[in-house]
Write a protein that binds this ligand. Structure first.
Ligand SMILES: [Zn+2]
Length: 587
């Protein structure tokens, strides 16, 4: 039995049509697979909120007991049977159109503002009263639990809601309510409560949806039953790919319980699935390694640093501190770390060493050029949106032109300034570059030549006077043309696009080529500064040195992101961690 639900709007449907969760021994063993996207979709945001002090909690058993004592009440049964219709999607609107219900006409304010979330647990009568005052169009219970999850209400308050719901519905609590309750338990790190919900879910459902699995894993890793989180990870694998967060949680759980082998093997598995690990996961390995005298473990951490290098990743500020602390803690190695900056000349302000140059050596350039050109010409899968005929046409076109100085992704540049007309934006950039006597190539699509409100004929004619232009079919991808033209023109040639060419990078055959490609991209991609007014075009300064994790064996230089600095995707960090190994003093 499979249900697919796509958002909050569907909760009433979930409420009505999905199997209820029954609190009690009469649980059926039917298996359900539910997809509640809203839970998964919101988790990232929810988890990023700083937890408040956890309140004391009682066990779910209390909830069950409460539920049983109230379950025979008749008046509540009546309420159940009439509720789904009243709260069914669209029903309230229909009622107000008929004009029969004055209640609906009195409320000009959005109905969502009508429930003041309680700050302490309520009893049954108090919940009844709150529900009476509720004028929303959705199920009261679902609405309240969603609001509670959003505002991270205390577990006790949420539990009083569930107890009340269970009392009204013969001990039945909907899946949605239970998952959101679980979310609150995990958020407040109420581990024993998490385990109770886990037991209930395990008894009731053969498999869960990813949101519940993710929550259970995150909740269980702190308990001594953390190994069961690994079993849940296995369960996820049966139906979908676990997320990097799932792996990250299991790894943290393993490290928390000193099982280093499990942690590293999960890490390998994560990389094997081509997932990019969360930085916090990598940081956990460094934190764990502090003070450990184990070459095997140390070498793995150095591999992590090389992974950062090869994938052009930068640690955050606290991760950089963890790296520094780890290096300085290695017994007998005498590492010393300094937070520093790099001078324009490319020298480290702390140790004076020269940082790796951004320029590719002639050999590296030829190597990269050959790999990419062959890629483009051979046309692997990644270029299926471009026909071989069109590439041939482009190849001969390029060969009739002198080498270019700048290759411009026309469509990308045209859309860079949302205020202006697209052809006007493009002409603005092209004119300013042409004034500097540069050989320009503008790559565009055929539709740009059809006059429209965005594309003025005379402006496009002026573009064509000042730059070589090549217009591809409207369905073509620009990347291959851009790469081909730029690389073919030589090492001096730069290109302008906002695009980061990530898809292309993913298609490169090996880590070395990818790394060279990144480096070439950093040294050759021109980024137009934001706030550009048509009068003056400024590019972001291309650095002379390569901002990447690097080592000489007895030194490491690690760029990192500061917590309070928002870096855009086309910028690189400016802060560095400089690590030096002190030379052994002569005996
Ligand atoms: Zn240095």
């Amino acid at each position: 039995m499979t249900f697919y639900l796509s958002g909050f709007r569907n909760f009433p449907k979930l409420w009505k049509s999905n199997p209820y969760f029954e609190l009690g021994p009469a649980a059926s063993s039917a298996s359900f697979f539910l997809t509640v996207h809203c839970v998964t979709g919101n988790q990232q945001r929810w988890f990023s909120v700083k937890p408040t002090t956890p309140p004391n909690s009682k066990t779910l058993n209390l909830l069950v007991a409460k539920a049983r004592t109230h379950k025979k009440r008749n008046d509540s049964n009546k309420q159940v049977s009439s509720d789904p219709h009243y709260f069914a999607a669209g029903a309230a609107k229909k009622r107000s159109h008929l004009g029969g219900n004055p209640q609906n006409q009195d409320h000009a304010l959005p109905v969502r503002s009508t429930v003041q979330l309680p700050t302490k647990p309520l009893n049954s009568e108090e919940w009844d009263k709150l529900k009476e005052d509720f004028k929303g169009k959705v199920s009261f219970e679902d609405f309240v639990i969603s609001q509670m999850a959003r505002s991270c209400s205390s577990v006790d308050v949420a539990k009083s809601l569930l107890a009340w719901v269970a009392a009204k519905h013969h001990g039945i609590v909907g899946y949605n309510l239970l998952v959101k309750y679980l979310y609150l338990c995990v958020f407040h790190k109420q581990t024993s409560e998490v385990i109770d919900v886990y037991e209930i879910m395990k008894a009731k459902y053969k498999s869960l949806e990813s949101g519940a699995y993710t929550l259970l894993i995150r909740g269980l890793i702190h308990s001594d039953r953390w190994r069961e989180a690994l079993l849940l990870l296995e369960d996820i694998k049966k139906v979908m790919d676990p997320s990097k967060k799932n792996y990250g949680d299991c790894i943290q759980g393993a490290l928390l319980h000193q099982d280093v082998d499990v942690a590293w093997s999960l890490y390998q598995e994560l990389l094997g699935r081509n997932l990019v690990p969360l930085l916090e996961t990598l940081k956990a390995f460094f934190d764990y390694g502090k003070g450990i005298n184990d070459d095997h473990y140390s070498n793995k951490l150095l591999d992590v640093l090389l992974y950062l290098r090869n994938n052009q990743l930068y640690p955050g500020e606290s991760f950089a501190h963890s790296i520094k602390t780890w290096f300085e803690s290695i017994p007998g190695r005498q590492w010393k770390g300094q937070f520093t900056t790099i001078q324009k000349s490319g020298q480290c302000s702390s140790c004076g060493r020269t940082i790796e140059s951004i320029q590719l050596s002639p050999e590296e350039y030829e190597f990269l050029k050959e790999k990419i050109m062959r890629d483009v010409i051979d046309g692997g899968d990644q270029y299926k949106k471009t026909t071989p005929q069109e590439l041939k046409r482009f190849e001969s076109f390029v060969n009739t032109c002198p080498p270019f100085d700048i290759v411009i992704d026309g469509l990308n540049v045209a859309k860079m300034f949302p205020k202006g007309r697209e052809s006007q934006n493009l002409l603005g950039v092209v004119s300013q570059l042409a004034q500097q006597n540069l050989q320009l190539l503008v790559l565009g699509r055929k539709h740009m030549l059809r006059p429209s409100s965005q594309w003025k004929k005379d402006e496009m004619e002026q573009v064509q006077k000042q730059a070589h232009c090549f217009f591809t079919d409207n369905i073509s991808e620009d990347d291959p043309f851009l790469l081909y033209a730029t690389l073919n023109s030589g090492n001096h040639c730069k290109f302008i696009t906002k695009d980061l060419l990530r898809d292309h990078k993913a298609c490169l055959p090996d880590a070395r080529t990818q790394r060279l490609f990144f480096k070439w991209q950093q040294g050759h991609q021109l980024a137009i500064m934001k706030g550009f007014q048509k009068s003056k075009l400024t590019f972001q300064h291309i650095l002379s040195y390569d901002t990447v994790v690097q080592t000489t064996g007895d030194s490491w230089h690690i760029p990192y992101d500061e917590d309070l600095v928002q870096r855009s995707s086309c910028e690189v960090p400016t802060k560095w961690l400089c690590l030096q190994r002190k030379t052994q003093a002569p005996c």
